[in-house]
Design a protein around this ligand. Sequence first.
Ligand code: FEO
Length: 383
Amino acid sequence: MQITADVKYVGVNDRKLDLFEGQYVVPNGMAYNSYVLLDEKIAVFDTVDAKFRDEWLQNVKTALNGKQPDYLVVQHMEPDHSANIFAFTKRYPDCVIVASSKAFVMMKNYFGTDFADKQLTVGEGATLSLGKHELTFYTAPMVHWPEVIVTYDKTDKILFSADGFGKFGATDTDEDWACEARRYYFGIVGKYGAQVQALLKKLSVCDIEIICPLHGPILKDNLSYYLGLYNIWSSYGVESEGVVIAYTSVYGHTKAAVEKLAEALRANGCEKVVINDLARCDMAEAVEDAFRYGKIVLATTTYNADIFPFMRNFIHHLTERNFQNKTVGFIENGSWAPMATKVMRTMLENCKNLQYTEATVKILSSMTEENEAQIAALAKELC
Ligand code: FEO
């Protein structure tokens, strides 16, 4: 696929993957993107997952059309992009590897060699001229690993953005960008909002017309939409108005309270209410929703003098990703010693800027009239 006159897509689609990075379901597969920039000198951007070595090498060969590459730019060392560096150097032994110093240390760890005879180490702001095209490298630590660099080509105004602006799903999938990009973002770099903000600030000097990420589609139109979402996500802002209810229920009593709350929220004019049953939904989807909306209600049972395991796991996902800037309400259930609200609040105590509702709901097995009044009060407060 031709991206500009000089840049070609040579990536691959993975339609057989069960779990991306060992944990994320990808019903529409995954793309491992790679690019070739043909100028007086030729640069290849990143390799692909190990399973696609032969397909990728063939794509590169076709794009090169008999020419030899001069540079392999390694922006990120996670194996979904770096697995074929060694195979590439065997095929093209004269090619120089362009990467950060940290990336070369990782190469030694992965491949037993840091390719000392073919290294070109680039740091913040380093440039590399390919002829007509001049590349500028920016460090992007923790977006998604510490060694990451991104590359700006000022001739074609392309940002090669590494994992940034990526999404789940193969490139031939016709689906909403934001939904799977958000799930990907919060799953993978949600913890590192400050680092993403720092990168966005650095890139604000670049006139970007095309974003070439390492996953998902190449972004060409309406770039302010994608950049705007990245700004909201990385600053932990509220993207959409609405209330998320995340819950677990053992015998259906907590679920009944959740349904009652959803009904009351709608009756109070809250148009968007999202309900996630944490034992059954995709946890990454529930995490994404928690960051997307400004208000969340956590509803769970007391369990082993603690809380139900799916809720514990969910809250851990939130806190390890720097969950902040939200309004939080609680529904707890416990048949003899309810303590779920206390446990949940303790788990959230180090989160910045959380506001707790005054109304809380305490159920002692099944809902009572008093609980219904508590739920009504909680709905009113949230709306
Ligand atoms: Fe797509 Fe962090 O690797």
